[in-house]
Design a protein around this ligand. Structure first.
Ligand code: XMP
Length: 511
């Protein structure tokens, strides 16, 4: 394991992903983790992340010099590079040298990190101070206009550092530099591949579950599908999958789970058809938060009743969840496995039913989850699925949710999705909510007659993480095709409008 020591950079997760792209497993540890604790984990190497712009800033994280004498190979990036220089007796000038963004790097000595790279190439810088003298024993290997010492290495001691950010896409040779550090300086053999992930996870699940039984809720989304497929591979039909159809799914999604997921995995699937129940609970409700509460509450009740039924037949001790590594990092969680007690507010669950959690994706990033899913044979429609909110189409009908309105929205949504796929845009847009303004009517004309129908809103967005988003500039021809098809094929709709609001101030969904 390579440990990425996080000094508060927004880049720590990106660094960890890049290390894994070089086929080496990596995890993130907080910057204040004691050195003994880090060394006790026997890391194959450490990568110190960037952080605040100056090592002289009050409250700047302290890098313990013992990190560099423990014998573990270390690569310092940006802040980590400066901290390394300082800890080992080099000199960092608090001169407010500023260099932000794309910068040209000059390789002055190919060395271990930059061997084989062009002598001049662009890198991404973001620093206030700069290293003016490398520590004893280090060779300076690169410079930039404002940073005389932009990289150094001591191959003997397996220590190296760069002032720039090799992990970002704006440093086109950055991945090479990381890989060279890992493979050549630290001497780590690449072994982290999709098939090794599958083998290790399957073995771990087998060990955890023993000859017990597990249950997994499927949402139709990629995480729960891949988690279930992994557990299925590990314990076969001792896994039961429960799929709650709340009637708020998009066209074809139930079939994807019932037919395609089962065909790919051979999983035992228990579908609960709860559409009527959700519709009655939502009758007359128009407030978005109220809708969310009702859908969330009903979902838990239905899911628990179903798991209770399954678990009552034969003792089920394990509940599978699709928790991903970023959730683990963000909640400050370690590698422990929690036990949860199911809150059973409906009959059906034995009183003392407790599940141990099985979280087969706990070490994985989303892109790794998709690769694992593909290798396990899940269809592209499942592994490449865009984010879809838990409350489903319930929060994409502005106004009361009824069966007829759901049918209208489902038809319009299916057309938009189909055309986006045909145009090859699935990978470049983050998601495209299609929204029915059910309480709005406008006048139109179709054939010889006046119509008085509802508008459909298209909300295509690009985003990195859904926290911020921009509206996608879809080609006019594509918009035209979607508009023509929806107004021709969906009887209740006589207008298609495009949402051109970024987030903020808008949100991605309309409710
Ligand atoms: P907003 O609308 O807040 O959406 O910009 C950000 C991301 O979250 C999704 N979303 C939800 N997901 N339950 C979910 O599981 C919800 O209630 C919910 N509301 C929004 C949305 O699709 C987008 O990806």
């Amino acid at each position: 394991t390579v440990l990425v020591v996080d000094y508060g950079a927004q880049y720590a997760q990106l660094i960890a992903r890049r290390v894994r792209e070089a086929h080496v497993y990596s995890e993130i540890v907080p910057g204040d983790t004691p050195v003994e604790e880090i060394v006790a984990r026997k890391p194959a190497a450490l990568i110190l992340s960037g952080g605040p712009s100056s090592v002289y800033e009050p409250g700047a994280p302290v890098v313990d010099p013992e990190l560099f004498t423990s014998g573990v190979p270390v690569l310092g990036l940006c802040y980590g590079f400066q901290a390394m220089a300082r800890a080992l007796g080099g000199e960092v000038a608090p001169d407010g040298t500023r260099e932000y963004g794309r910068t040209e790097l000059t390789v002055t000595e190919p060395g271990a990190l930059h061997g084989g790279l062009p002598q001049r190439h662009p890198v991404w810088m973001s620093h206030g101070d700069s290293v003016v003298r490398a520590p004893e024993g280090f060779t300076v290997t690169a410079s930039s206009e404002r940073a005389k010492v932009a990289a150094f290495e001591d191959v003997e001691r397996r220590l190296a550092g760069v002032q720039y950010h090799p992990e970002v896409g704006h440093s086109p040779h950055g991945q090479d530099v990381l890989a060279r550090f890992l493979h050549e300086v630290a001497g780590i053999a690449p072994g982290w591949t999709t098939s090794s992930i599958i083998d290790e996870t399957v073995a771990a699940v087998r060990k955890q579950v023993g000859d017990g039984r597990a249950i997994c809720g499927l949402s139709g989304g990629v995480d729960s599908a891949v988690a279930a497929a992994l557990v299925q591979r590990a314990i076969g039909d001792r896994l039961t999958c429960v799929f709650v159809d709340h009637g708020l799914l998009r066209s074809g999604e139930r079939r994807q789970v019932e037919r395609d997921f089962v065909a790919a995995t051979g999983a035992n699937l228990h579908t609960v058809d709860a559409a009527d129940r959700f519709l009655s609970a939502l009758a007359g409700v128009t407030d978005p938060e109220q809708k969310r509460k009702i859908i969330g509450r009903e979902f838990i009740r239905v899911f628990e009743a179903a798991t209770g039924e399954v678990a009552a037949e034969e003792h089920v001790g394990f509940l599978v969840q699709g928790t991903l590594y970023p959730d683990v990092v963000e909640s400050g969680g370690g590698s422990g496995t929690a036990t949860i007690k199911s809150h059973h507010n409906v009959g059906g669950l034995p009183d003392d039913l407790e599940f141990s959690l099985v979280e087969p994706l706990r070490a994985l990033f989303k892109d790794e989850v998709r690769k694992v899913g593909a290798e396990l044979g899940l269809p592209p429609a499942i592994v490449n699925r865009q984010p879809f909110p838990g409350p489903g189409l319930g929060i994409r009908i502005i106004g009361e949710v009824t069966a007829d309105r759901l049918e209208t929205l489902r038809a319009a949504d299916a057309i938009a999705r189909e055309e986006l796929t045909v145009a090859g845009l699935d990978a470049s847009i983050w998601q495209c909510p299609v929204v029915l303004l059910a309480d709005v009517r406008s006048v139109g004309v179709q054939g010889d007659g006046r119509t008085y129908g509802h508008p459909i809103v298209l909300r295509p967005v690009s985003s990195e993480d859904a926290m911020t988003a921009d509206w996608s500039r879809l080609p006019y021809e594509l918009l035209e095709r979607i508009s023509t098809r929806i107004t021709n094929e969906v009887a209740e709709v006589n207008r298609v409008v495009l949402d051109v609001t970024s987030k903020p101030p808008g949100t991605i969904e309309w409710e």
